[in-house]
Structure formats: C-alpha cells, structure tokens
Design a binder for this molecule. Structure first.
Ligand SMILES: *C/C=C(C)/C=C/C=C(C)/C=C/C1=C(C)CCCC1(C)C
Length: 260
C-alpha cells in the first residue's frame, strides 16, 4: 500500500474517536430514556442501547488497534509499527448489531404476534447471512475475484432485506396507528438508504481506488454509516415509541388501526 499521509491518519484517528464517543453517549441516552415510554416499548429502547453499547466496545478496540498500528518518529514522520490494523472487529460488531437493528425496527411496529416474529426472524437471519458472506471478501481483500464473488453472494440477502422493507412492508405500515404511520415508514426508508452505504464502500478497492485513499474512504465511510445506522435509527425508534406511548396512554390503541 502507498503510505498513509499524516493528514489521512489523523482524520481517521479523530473520526474513530468521535464514533466511540457517539456510541457511548447514545447508549447512556437510550437506557435513560426507557422511563419515558410505556412498559411495552422499553424493549425497543433496550435493543437500541445494546446496539450502540456493542458498537462502543468494538470502536474502542478499533481505536486501540489503529493507534498501535502506526507511530510517529522523532522527526515527525508517520511509520507503520508492524502490528496490523485489525478492522475485522467491524464484522464481529455487525454480526451482532445488524440482526438487533432489524428486531428493533420490527418490534416497535407491534405487529400481530406470529407475523411480527416470523418477519423479525427472517430478516435477522438474512442480515446475519449477509455479514457472514461479506467477511471472506473483506479478508481476501487483495484477491479481486474472491472479493467480487463474496460481494455478489452477500448482495442476495441484502437485496432480500431491501425488498422486504421497501415493498412487502406496505401492509404492516398501514396497520400502524395513523399518527405514527409516517414515522414508521420513514424509519424503514432510513434503513434502506443507510444500509446501501456499506456494499458501495466495499466496492471502492474493486473499482480501482487503491491504497491509502481506499483505506481512508473505507474507514470514514464505515464510521459515518455506523453512526447514522445505529444512533440515527435508535432515535427514530425512540420517537415512534414515545408517540405510540402517548397515544396509548390517552386510551387509543397502538395495536389496531386508529379509528378512521
Ligand atoms: C451498524 C452496522 C450496520 C447497519 C451494517 C450494515 C452492513 C451491511 C448492510 C453490509 C453489507 C455488505 C454487502 C451487502 C456486500 C459486501 C459486504 C458487506 C458486508 C459490506
């Protein structure tokens, strides 16, 4: 790889550090706000807090690995220390957090028992499969044929999730109380759009963007996408849970269609 410039190094260093702080703060927020919603919506906030907690831990490890992989000489030159930068932590993180994010979104809809569960399980299984299939493509990062193959395989469960959320979810949305229908619909579009970041960032090295530029795009892209997908979605879920709690506390039901 061509050498990382001190500016690229510092940008990534600061952004990973910022992500650690964001995930930590979001975790505290989601756990504290559990008291603001009805009991039946607390699990969703717990899930949101667990997602950011798991990410907080992994980002801390990524940060430590980034620090250990580089050093400055006395003359101020940036050098590698020989310790490899391990960002496979991301995949361990995604394997846990991506299915939880899906559950978070489905749970807040409060679909009829059987339907909610089967949809949640299918989507979470597809999410785990997507990450597991992407991983070999990540570690064989210099073998383009393998990288393309696993990208393609991972795209299948990815497209299934995108299709389910954007097309097949329409009737689940129409079951929502009128006052939250827009919010719930926005939350699923939010997931669809935010998740496209990942397979696109993964493609850069395959499209001829190489070396330190590819590394910088990848690290910056994943940090930003993770904050958006985890903290951003958690905040939307919180808004839905709070609005539904208010409706239900007033005597309306969040389970059934609001009276027309
Ligand atoms: C908080 C982390 C999130 C929401 C991570 C989402 C990750 C993806 C949607 C990853 C998808 C990938 C593909 C569809 C193909 C290439 C490999 C992946 C794993 C980057």
């Amino acid at each position: 790889m061509d050498a990382l410039s001190p500016a690229q190094y510092t940008l990534i260093y600061n952004l990973i550090s910022f992500t650690v702080a964001s995930m930590g703060a979001a975790t505290v927020f989601f756990f504290l706000e559990r008291g603001q919603v009805l009991r039946s919506y607390r699990t969703e906030l717990t899930l949101a807090g667990l997602v950011t907690l798991i990410a907080f831990y992994h980002y801390l490890r990524i940060f430590m690995s980034w620090e250990a992989a580089f050093d400055f000489t006395d003359a101020g030159a940036l050098v590698t220390t020989g310790k490899p930068f391990n960002d496979a932590y991301r995949y361990a993180d995604w394997l846990l957090t991506v299915p939880l994010l899906v559950f978070e979104l489905i749970a807040v809809m409060k679909l009829s028992q059987g339907r909610g569960r089967s949809l949640g399980i299918k989507l979470a299984a597809a999410a785990a499969l997507m990450i597991a299939l992407g991983y070999p493509g990540e570690i064989y990062r210099d073998e383009m044929a393998l990288r393309w193959t696993f990208w393609g395989l991972s795209m299948l469960p990815f497209l299934y999730i995108v299709f389910t959320l954007s097309v097949r979810m329409a009737d689940a949305i129409s079951e929502q109380p009128e006052a939250v229908r827009g919010l719930v619909s926005n939350a699923r579009w939010f997931v669809v759009v935010a998740w496209w970041f990942y397979p696109i960032v993964f493609l850069f090295p395959m499209l001829g963007v190489e070396g330190s530029v590819a590394l910088t795009i990848e690290q910056v892209g994943y940090c930003v996408a993770d904050i958006v997908a985890k903290v951003g979605l958690g905040l939307m879920i919180y808004a839905i849970a709070a609005r539904k709690s208010a409706i239900e506390a007033e005597g309306g039901s969040g389970q059934v269609r609001a009276a027309a």
